[in-house]
Design a protein around this ligand. Structure first.
Ligand SMILES: NC(=O)c1ccc[n+]([C@@H]2O[C@H](COP(=O)([O-])OP(=O)(O)OC[C@H]3O[C@@H](n4cnc5c(N)ncnc54)[C@H](O)[C@@H]3O)[C@@H](O)[C@H]2O)c1
Length: 259
């Protein structure tokens, strides 16, 4: 493997890495040589991903964590550092969605989504960023954004707001921490079949709409996210910061039409 994509000796924390996109990214980083800490709410998930990392010959740590609980973040980061060493790479993957018309969303639901998707990523970046700055060896932070970082979709307005905010946080942190050689970028997946949205794939009308709307004419897989994730975690992206990269089969580029 070229050194540009080699993560040997690096420690990555994947928050929300228990399944789906986070799991695929965690295993992809392990394949590139990194030791991996998986943090998520569900113990079963994190244990199985940690075991898969170990099977690949890397060190792993399984950390039970609710990213929306700010007081849990510092102890979780301390545990990762104790078990694996200082963190070189952070992925903020944890995300939830509530589908409801904007006229009906309750304040409690608003807070739930914002607290996981935005507040969690903000304060986990703060905890990890503080340590990266103090250590003076740079680092990589990658936020998992969404199509809704750059476009609107109906009946998921708080999700859209949270992912828009995450895109802007990416830019703000990128400029604030550039002098510390910390690159902060976002990977924005298109439609990817995971447990988060499995109910949608069972809906034929929705499936047809997605295929028509996606120039690549297919739904993404978690593994489709790994190449860009690796690029953003590796030395190959050392002069790339503050970017939102859409990995979406062409959706953000435009639509195909029947001409
Ligand atoms: N699947 C898609 O089509 C799609 C598209 C765009 C963006 N995304 C984003 O990608 C990310 C991963 O989505 P996915 O489809 O793999 O979802 P998923 O539901 O399969 O996985 C989400 C992961 O986040 C963890 N998580 C949720 N809330 C948490 C919390 N409070 N604290 C810690 N961990 C928590 C879950 O345990 C799980 O491991 C999310 O941020 C999502 O918004 C997904």
């Amino acid at each position: 493997m070229t050194a540009l994509f080699d993560l040997t000796g690096k420690v990555a924390l994947v928050a929300g890495g228990g399944r789906g996109i986070g799991e695929a990214i965690a295993l992809g980083l392990a394949d590139a040589g990194a030791d991996i800490a998986i943090a998520a709410r569900t113990p079963g998930d994190i244990d199985s991903v940690a075991a898969a990392v170990t099977e690949r010959g890397r060190r792993s740590a399984a950390i039970q964590l609710d990213v929306s609980k700010v007081d849990e973040l510092e102890p979780a980061v301390d545990r990762v550092v104790d078990e694996l060493g200082e963190i070189d790479i952070l992925f903020n993957v944890a995300g939830i969605n509530i589908r409801k018309p904007a006229t009906e969303l309750a304040e409690e639901e608003f807070d739930q989504v914002m607290d996981v998707n935005f507040k969690g990523a903000y304060f986990l970046s703060q905890q990890v960023g503080k340590r990266m700055i103090a250590r003076g060896k740079g680092g990589k932070i990658v936020n998992i954004a969404s199509l809704t970082t750059g476009m609107g979709l109906p009946k998921i307005t708080v999700y859209t707001g949270s992912k828009g905010a995450l895109g802007q946080l990416t830019k703000g942190l990128a400029v604030e921490w550039a002098e510390h050689d910390i690159q902060v970028n976002a990977l924005a997946p298109g439609f990817v079949a995971t447990a988060l949205n499995s109910h949608l794939w069972e809906n034929e009308e929705f499936n047809t709409w997605i295929l028509d709307r996606t120039p690549a004419h297919r739904v993404g897989t978690p593994e489709d996210m790994v190449g860009t994730a690796l690029f953003l975690a590796a030395p190959a992206s050392d002069f790339v910061t503050g970017q939102v990269i859409y990995v979406d089969g062409g959706i953000m580029a435009g639509s195909v039409w029947p001409l």
